[in-house]
Design a protein around this ligand. Structure first.
Ligand SMILES: [Fe+2]
Length: 291
């Protein structure tokens, strides 16, 4: 493993989805790093081989959508073992997943569903993050979800829940800046206040993804933001990213695009915009430090 793989890069990376895999292997574009969903590659041995090949040239981050750290029925240990095999094969810079549950009684659900934030769910998630970190043999990053509804049984805020999870498990956090903006809009809280309350020292990665504004069927005349990962990053999410950079410093940032995939060049252009914003946002701080 080269030093490049051990040190998380500050340049932005892009999501690597199967429809782009052959092109990326053939053309080796100038991407900072790639993030993959292990579930796509575990089901496709040829894709897994190509990913191992790419991992020799690019830093890789592994972002699981199938490790359900919030499931009442326990995590899927067989799945964690499969993810471990892929992690061992590609030596990723980061391994992460969502704060949500997506399995119920052994069935995988399509959506990442929200958790109530209370002592009982915290105990459950702490035990399961411990188990995931042991199973993977490394630190895990937990991502804040996109939210549409609060839950009546929550007794703490999402940030309080995440901060306590970090304290009890030693995990890190993946801050999805677009999710903070979207959830703030949908649930009526201040996104900058959410970032201010996050434990800055625990932030190991940032995500930026596209979302859509739709008429809220439950509240006619109002708009709900829907986390689609199917379009360019919206201007207010870029503004909040600049705020996150000032709060957390430069962190590996991913352009997350999962459906209606654009060209690789479009993904790289979004990553270049993130890099330019990071340079502009952090320059005054750097000057102050030098001067
Ligand atoms: Fe995300």
């Amino acid at each position: 493993m080269s030093a490049r793989h051990r040190d998380a890069p500050v340049r932005a990376g892009v999501g690597l989805r199967l429809p782009h895999l052959a092109e990326i292997v053939a053309t080796r574009p100038a991407a900072g790093w790639f993030e993959v969903h292990p579930e796509n590659f575990l089901a496709n041995p040829h894709a897994g081989e190509l990913l191992s090949e790419l991992a020799r040239s690019y830093p890789i981050s592994v972002h699981s959508v199938g490790v359900s750290i919030g499931s009442v029925g326990g995590i899927d240990r067989v799945h964690v073992k499969r993810v471990r095999k892929l992690v061992d094969a590609v030596a990723p810079i980061l391994v992460s997943g969502h704060l949500a549950w997506s399995t119920h009684e052994g069935e995988y659900l399509n959506d990442l569903l929200p958790l109530p934030y209370n002592d009982e769910s915290l105990r459950l998630v702490v035990a399961q993050v411990d188990e995931v970190q042991q199973g993977l043999g490394r630190q895990y990053l937990v991502e804040n979800p996109s939210s549409y509804l609060g839950t009546a049984t929550s007794t703490m805020t999402e940030v309080e829940f995440l901060a306590e999870l970090v304290r009890r498990t030693g995990c890190k956090l993946l801050c999805d800046v677009s999710n903070v903006y979207l959830s703030g809009h949908n649930l009526g809280y201040d996104p900058q206040g959410y970032l201010d309350a996050m434990p800055a020292e625990a932030i190991g990665e940032l995500h930026l993804g596209g979302f859509l504004s739709e008429e809220d069927e439950a509240n006619p005349g109002q708009q709900v933001l829907v986390d689609t990962h199917a379009q360019r990053i919206a201007e207010p999410a870029w503004d909040l990213y600049a705020y996150a950079l000032r709060r957390f410093g430069s962190k590996p940032t991913l352009i997350e695009w999962d459906s209606d995939l654009p060209t690789v060049a479009t993904l790289l252009a979004e990553a270049a915009r993130a890099d330019a914003l990071a340079a502009a946002s952090l320059e005054p701080e750097r000057r102050r430090a030098v001067g």
